[in-house]
Design a protein around this ligand. Structure first.
Ligand SMILES: [Fe+2]
Ligand SMILES: [Fe+2]
Length: 301
């Protein structure tokens, strides 16, 4: 089985030329897109994207990423439901968030995944770095110069290794390197509104995935899991750059990795979100971290 996998096209930011080339060169059996198809939700952009995908004869599988759910006004749960109900089939696409797909003895399962800051521990420590965190950072865009003078004081300073769940939940962390302050933003803060904590969102997506895995485990010999977010610490690049490392809490959740490892038929896992091209193995699972450049995955069936 030949799968052409890609992720994070962030339409209209990237074109699909790499997919065009990959389809011509490799003649895949399936096209798999691991989320962040759009840069933000927009009906016109979604319609454009789906009609571009409809040009390919291959069956297409996708999961929704966080950017597919980004919107300045809409709450995320109704938007997520609306996207699940979209007529994907009209374009030859199956949204794995809606359930698994079988072909012969192979099953594809998939969901968005989410983050619960558990992958932060995969980041290296920066013992000399000062980090500022404060509740007022939630309203970062409204901070005045006076606010900054009030906030960036030693009593709001922490060490990198002392950051906690409540610091990550604000989604703005400020680091002091030399005399410079640099802010790290997870912009889901502005465009995603689940109404519950990130760890609750992760648990809900994990429960969805578990239902699919149970279905697939009974009938398939080879299960291919597709997630937008990273399920394993092994997928987190170790970096010397504290700004890069500052995003690791938002890369995924280790609970998804623990879950898929409980199902022995899962032998392949495809994910996106980190915009990093990488292949790694965890136990009996080969993991493909995909980017907007399509990659061929060949699977013996
Ligand atoms: Fe992305
Ligand atoms: Fe993403």
């Amino acid at each position: 089985m030949r799968i052409l996998a890609l992720s994070d096209t962030h339409h209209p930011e990237n074109d699909l030329l790499s997919l065009d080339r990959g389809v011509l060169e490799h003649r895949p059996d399936w096209i798999v897109i691991a989320g962040d198809m759009l840069d933000a939700f927009d009906e016109v952009h979604l319609a454009e994207y789906l009609s571009m995908l409809a040009r390919y004869d291959q069956p297409k599988l996708c999961v929704l990423g966080n950017h597919d759910l980004w919107h300045e006004q809409l709450d995320t749960p109704p938007l997520f439901s609306r996207l699940r109900q979209h007529d994907w089939g009209k374009h030859g696409i199956h949204l794995l968030n809606n359930g698994p797909v079988m072909q012969g003895s192979t099953a594809f399962v998939g969901t968005t995944g989410w983050y619960d800051y558990s992958l932060y521990s995969a980041a290296r420590d920066f013992p000399d770095l000062h980090v500022y965190t404060h509740d007022d950072f939630r309203n970062w865009e409204d901070l005045t110069r006076d606010d900054c003078h009030r906030l960036f004081v030693p009593r709001n300073r922490k060490r990198w290794s002392d950051l906690s769940e409540s610091d990550f939940a604000r989604k703005v962390i400020v680091i002091e390197s030399g005399s410079e302050l640099q802010s790290i933003h997870c912009n889901d803060r502005l465009y995603i509104r689940w109404g519950v904590s990130d760890s609750e969102v992760s648990q809900r997506f994990a429960a969805d995935l578990e239902v699919q895995l149970k279905q697939a485990q009974d009938v398939a010999d080879h299960v291919i899991a597709v997630l937008h977010y990273l399920p394993f610490r092994a997928g987190v690049m170790v970096t010397q750059d504290p700004v890069q490392a500052g995003f690791t809490p938002y890369l995924g959740a280790a609970g998804f990795g623990d879950l898929v490892c409980r199902f022995s038929k899962v032998k392949t896992l495809i994910h996106g979100h980190s915009h990093t091209d990488m292949v790694y193995r965890v136990g009996g699972i080969t993991c493909y971290s995909c980017t907007a450049t399509a990659r061929l995955i060949e699977i013996e069936t």
